[in-house]
Design a protein around this ligand. Structure first.
Ligand SMILES: C[S@@+](CC[C@H](N)C(=O)[O-])C[C@H]1O[C@@H](n2cnc3c(N)ncnc32)[C@H](O)[C@@H]1O
Length: 310
């Protein structure tokens, strides 16, 4: 954790500023230590990351997923896929984000925080799971990225802290998508914008049926089974047989084999995986007083703005 993160962090219990005591590391790079507020609430810093939760709770499979696939979806010289996906699901542009303070809710291993930082934003990534360790390894050296382990329902920030907030593929993995969403608009500065992408109802029902068992399986076994997506891709693309195969056992059809394994595990491993429609989510934005609501092209993604103060 670096000292400039302390300007953004607040005690999740009482909202006061936090002070950092270092046990290891120095100056601008404290690897272990603790944060405390004047009221005596504390949070440890472990492996360079402030931790505002005691455990991963229901998100342990995500911690496992992002430790195995810590760089699979990170943009590199030969792929800008996360950047394109970010544009489609948020509607944000480099001009929007440059020089702004941005929150990535449920950052996983940090692929979208990476995009926002490349675009010139100061980015805070939070996640409930140990994915934060992968995000910290991937992005912790960037002076514009800060990572914390925290629950969307108990975030360590004051109201009106961020210019932009986004959450991509996360809120539907909490016990209550709407309740999680409702924590976010207040974190925007007046005039700030929020974008979220949640799963749409247009998904194969059979995978929901299978997930009743698969999310409880030993993680390594489910991950090994997810490798079926590697060869199945070629069957699924055949004319008639492929349609039947896709209906019986949906798996990722991403052209890259490693993404197929990751996405298939990601699909079958979550404890919670709610599905939504635009008709349902748009009123959530309205009820929070957000304006300029834009429905984006990838279902179900929307963007809205907190009104500027009069
Ligand atoms: C499918 S992953 C998406 C990660 C990242 N946004 C991406 O698209 O690469 C969902 C993430 O949400 C996180 N998550 C689930 N519940 C959460 C909560 N209550 N608070 C914060 N993060 C949560 C999980 O740990 C997981 O890393």
């Amino acid at each position: 954790v670096r000292s400039d993160f302390l300007d953004i962090l607040r005690c999740p219990d009482c909202g006061q500023r936090l002070a950092l005591t270092s046990e290891d590391g120095h100056g601008d790079a404290v690897a272990s230590g603790s944060l405390s507020c004047p009221a005596g609430h504390t949070a440890p810093v472990v492996r360079g990351v402030p931790r505002f939760v005691d455990s991963e709770q229901y998100a342990g499979n995500f911690g496992f997923e992002w430790s195995l696939h810590d760089r699979t979806q990170l943009d590199g010289p030969d792929s800008r896929e996360s950047e394109s996906s970010f544009r489609l699901r948020t509607g944000f542009t480099p001009d929007d984000l440059a020089g702004r303070v941005v929150l990535d809710v449920g950052c996983g291993m940090g692929r979208y925080a990476d995009v926002a930082a490349r675009w010139g934003a100061t980015v805070v990534g939070v996640d409930l799971s140990l994915a934060v360790d992968s995000a910290q390894r991937n992005l912790g050296d960037s002076p514009r990225v800060h990572i914390a382990q925290a629950d969307v329902l108990r975030l360590p920030f004051a109201e009106a802290t961020f210019d932009y907030v986004f959450s991509i593929g996360v809120l539907h993995h909490t016990p209550d998508t709407r309740a999680a969403f409702e924590r976010l608009p207040r974190l925007l500065k007046p005039g700030g914008r929020i974008a979220v992408w949640v799963y749409s109802t247009a998904r194969w029902p059979v995978s929901d049926l299978l997930r009743r068992w698969t999310w409880r399986m030993p993680r390594r076994l489910l991950h090994t089974l997810s490798h079926v997506a590697v060869p199945k891709y070629y069957v699924d693309r055949l004319p008639v047989v492929g349609v039947a195969s896709r209906m019986l056992l949906p798996v990722s059809l991403h052209p890259r084999a490693e993404w197929r394994v990751l996405d298939t595990f990601d699909w079958y491993s979550p404890r919670y995986q709610w599905k939504h429609t635009y008709q349902e989510v748009r009123p959530w934005f309205e009820a929070q007083g957000l304006v300029d609501i834009r429905v984006l092209s990838v279902p179900v993604s929307l963007q809205g703005r907190r009104p500027a103060e009069p």
